[in-house]
Design a protein. Structure first.
Length: 194
């Protein structure tokens, strides 16, 4: 998706400035996702919410932002499978290899779900490129939003809107209060007062 967005790599020739071609490509990509994806799941947080919660609880010692969002996605996917009576099917938790704080994520998934997450290189996870596309779109929304006053849904890009409208989804927006609630429920200690 980053190559497509910047017209580099495999999209270097004939894509830059060709808005009709780019929009048709995205429309076809979304249609493929609509045809084959039963549900898409995502989680995001503002760094400021994470840092505020970390001042109260030992959040970063428990989970850094990437593993925190990853665990949230796993929980949402597991809930979706249970709700649709699919929890008897084996589920793999696949993440792109080389992501920061992999060890923290690996340990938490093992402890919480009794199975290891799977790390795959981008080239090995071609079937998950639609997840990369959705993550890119969600990130663009978060990067364009004023944390204090903006409504996330008012900033949906057309392509993200097409995913949201056409594919069942569960999207976790991790706020300071939500992070602190999770820390409390999990019994993570508060920081000592100075």
């Amino acid at each position: 998706m980053s190559e497509f967005a910047h017209s580099t790599g495999q999209f270097a020739r004939g894509w830059k400035g060709n808005e009709a071609r780019r929009q048709e490509f995205l429309r076809r990509l979304v249609q493929i996702a609509v045809n084959y994806v039963g549900c898409w799941i995502g989680a995001a947080m503002f760094k400021s919410d994470y840092e505020k919660a970390d001042k109260v609880y030992r959040v970063h010692e428990f989970l850094q932002p990437y593993p925190f969002c990853s665990i949230t996605c796993i929980a949402l996917a597991s809930e979706w499978a249970t709700r649709h009576h699919l929890d008897y099917l084996p589920m793999e938790f696949v993440f792109e290899a080389g992501d920061e704080h992999w060890g923290q994520l690996h340990q938490r998934v093992l402890e919480d779900y009794k199975q290891a997450p799977v790390a795959r290189a981008k080239e090995q996870a071609m079937a998950l490129q639609v997840a990369d596309f959705a993550a890119y779109e969600i990130r663009k929304v978060y990067m364009s939003v004023d944390e204090e006053s903006d409504d996330l849904t008012s900033r949906f890009r057309t392509t993200l809107g097409m995913l949201v409208v056409n594919i069942p989804h569960k999207w976790g927006n991790m706020t300071e209060v939500g992070i602190r609630t999770i820390m409390n429920v999990r019994g993570i200690p508060k920081r000592s007062s100075p």
